[in-house]
Write a protein that binds this ligand. Structure first.
Ligand code: UT7
Length: 311
């Protein structure tokens, strides 16, 4: 089996920025509470934009960075829980807007905050089972449309945005593990037709779950890859709460700096958080050939997934 090479990355964010102080004028909260409990300072919120336009722009930015013939893109997978339509898929609109070949497999994948990791796993499987040269993976979310802005325990956490990663097959390392534990109690957002279709969450339970499965996932992927944390350059966890990442960091003394954290800037952008972080790492020149990364996603499902990839 071949591994995955990241060819290029991109991201897209709405124009409007919502600060913690802005939220304190809507609900009974404060910059101090949000900063100390979550690490979040601001987040982006759609006005003109939506999940589809963010996905299109992130994808366009990724493709612009790559010197490729777009007819060679064999699949487009959009991980999202906030698609505009039940159908057509967001991915179908990306095909049209980017002028991609009609000979493309394009579909949305719904797996909440673990969605980008699941798209990566499907992308890897497709690269190893088809003649697709490139696959476009996108995480795009307009979380603001499924947030109850009277619920201070959730509305301060989430942000809108999109990230895109163009991948191809390569002779390098790739391992991935996936877990799913059916649970509708601690983290749920009801779907089409529901009256209260907003994020509802038992924050404490999700926090404990996240710390446990991140540690378990990182240890398991290291073992499966026959590596130790010392072999890894960056660990990109889903950005849900800086305190979650801090708890996990502490379990790997001496390697804390490998954990990438950008939640202050974006809040929790669900399926978009990992590809946005990858785009930032690429912009900083951190994804040169031979770097080893662990990507770790978790969220509603409950589900969690860890991948070890080599750039
Ligand atoms: O993408 C995956 C999905 N989500 C997550 O990963 C989230 C995981 N959980 C968390 O990040 C944290 O549990 C939260 C940030 C959601 C909450 O932090 P916490 O430290 O667990 O606070 P808490 O829920 O235990 O609440 C402590 C207090 C409560 O007040 P009382 O009962 O002690 O008087 C809450 O009502 O903080 C209150 N509170 C707030 N106060 C000011 C809850 N939200 C807010 C708020 N501003 N925004």
């Amino acid at each position: 089996m071949k591994g995955i090479q990241i060819v290029s990355t991109g991201k897209a964010l709405p124009e409007e920025i919502i600060t913690n102080d802005d939220l304190s004028r809507i609900v009974d909260t404060s910059d101090e509470w949000i900063t100390t409990r979550t690490g979040i300072k601001k987040r982006y919120r759609c006005r003109q934009e939506n999940t589809t336009s963010l996905a299109v722009n992130a994808a366009r930015n990724a493709v612009k960075q790559a010197d490729i013939n777009t007819d060679d893109i064999g699949a487009v997978i959009v991980a999202t829980s906030t698609a505009e339509n039940a159908f057509p898929s967001t991915a179908a609109i990306v095909q049209k807007e980017l002028g991609l070949s009609e000979n493309v497999l394009a579909f949305d994948l719904s797996s909440a905050c673990t969605g980008f990791l699941h798209a990566l796993n499907v992308g890897h499987a497709l690269l190893n089972s088809t003649d697709y040269k490139y696959i476009l993976l996108i995480g795009s979310e307009q979380m603001s449309k499924i947030i109850d802005y009277t619920d201070r325990s959730t509305c301060v956490l989430f942000g809108d945005g999109a990230g895109a990663v163009l991948i191809k097959a390569d002779d390098n390392m790739y391992e991935q593990i996936n877990y799913t534990r059916g649970n509708e109690d601690v983290l749920v957002c009801k779907g089409l037709g529901a009256q209260d279709a907003y994020v509802q969450m038992n924050g404490n339970a999700v926090f404990r779950f996240a710390v446990d499965v991140l540690k378990q996932g990182i240890d398991e992927i290291l073992k499966k890859s026959d590596m130790t944390i010392a072999d890894i350059d960056y660990i990109v966890c889903h950005q849900a709460n800086e305190r979650i990442i801090n708890h996990v960091k502490k379990k790997y003394p001496g390697h804390e700096d490998k954990f990438y954290v950008n939640i202050a800037e974006y809040g929790n952008t669900s399926a978009a958080s990992i590809p946005i972080a990858l785009d930032e790492l690429a912009e900083k020149g951190c994804l040169n050939k031979g770097r080893k990364l662990i990507l770790a996603g978790f969220g509603a499902g409950l589900s969690w997934s860890c991948a070890l990839i080599e750039t």
